[in-house]
Design a protein around this ligand. Structure first.
Ligand SMILES: C[S@@+](CC[C@H](N)C(=O)[O-])C[C@H]1O[C@@H](n2cnc3c(N)ncnc32)[C@H](O)[C@@H]1O
Length: 203
């Protein structure tokens, strides 16, 4: 990670969650890809780098019973948590994904726009190692990043842009590619950001 936790705490403390460039009212690509796994509502899902995303709201609304949101920023988790009913079945984890020691096996790992902040092979290797420990054999990873023709920076930080080939260069030893798609995200400011999403299955 090129910048410390303070960068993200500052973002979520100073900007409305609906004003950040990555905000989306309905995380449709993510929910469609989660549906594409064919796994049911008892699946264990972790949203890695979930921030203040509304994905957790959508998952709880349809009845997913085991949802975890992990993010570097405790402020982001506080924003998301405040929107949900107090008894919502969500585990909130503040920390760096690369230091995370999961205490259960997950069926689905979702990451929209966190992995792309890992700009060196060592950082990506650390991420892959945690992912492989967290996901059960046969489980699914959904990884959304800026596409090769997407922006070079996100939240002012440099990113690594990906497509199916570069994702599989990182994860291919342990995953098969189920689906690869491109998505144009419209930011609250009206700009278009080109994303790539990969749906991968753990061998
Ligand atoms: C561009 S935002 C995307 C947030 C959310 N996934 C969404 O789609 O709305 C990136 C998020 O990744 C988190 N993040 C960045 N690096 C991280 C790391 N190493 N471990 C955990 N979270 C991280 C940030 O705090 C931030 O919330």
């Amino acid at each position: 990670m090129t910048k410390p936790r303070e960068h993200w705490e500052d973002v979520y403390r100073t900007k409305a969650d609906t004003d950040v460039s990555w905000y989306e009212t309905r995380p449709k690509v993510s929910t469609d890809l989660i549906a594409a796994t064919g796994l049911g509502l008892n699946s264990r899902i972790v949203d890695v780098g979930g921030g203040a995303s509304h994905l957790v709201d959508a998952l709880i609304a349809v009845g997913f019973a085991h949802v975890t949101v992990l993010d570097l920023s405790a402020a982001a988790l506080t924003i998301a948590r405040a929107r949900l009913p107090a008894d919502a079945a969500v585990d909130w984890i503040a920390g760096d994904v690369r230091d995370w020691v999961p205490d259960t096996l997950y069926d689905i790992w979702h990451d929209r726009a966190a992995f792309h902040f890992l700009t060196t092979p060592d950082e990506r290797e650390a991420y892959r190692s945690v992912l492989c420990k967290a996901l059960r054999p046969g489980g699914y990873a959904i990884i959304g990043t800026f596409a090769p023709d997407g922006p070079e920076r996100c939240s002012g930080l440099p990113v690594s842009r990906h497509d199916a080939t570069s994702l599989m260069a990182v994860f291919g030893q342990y995953f098969r590619l189920v689906k690869s798609l491109r998505h144009d995200h419209k930011t609250p400011g009206g700009a278009v950001q080109r994303f790539h999403f990969g749906l991968l299955q753990r061998s």
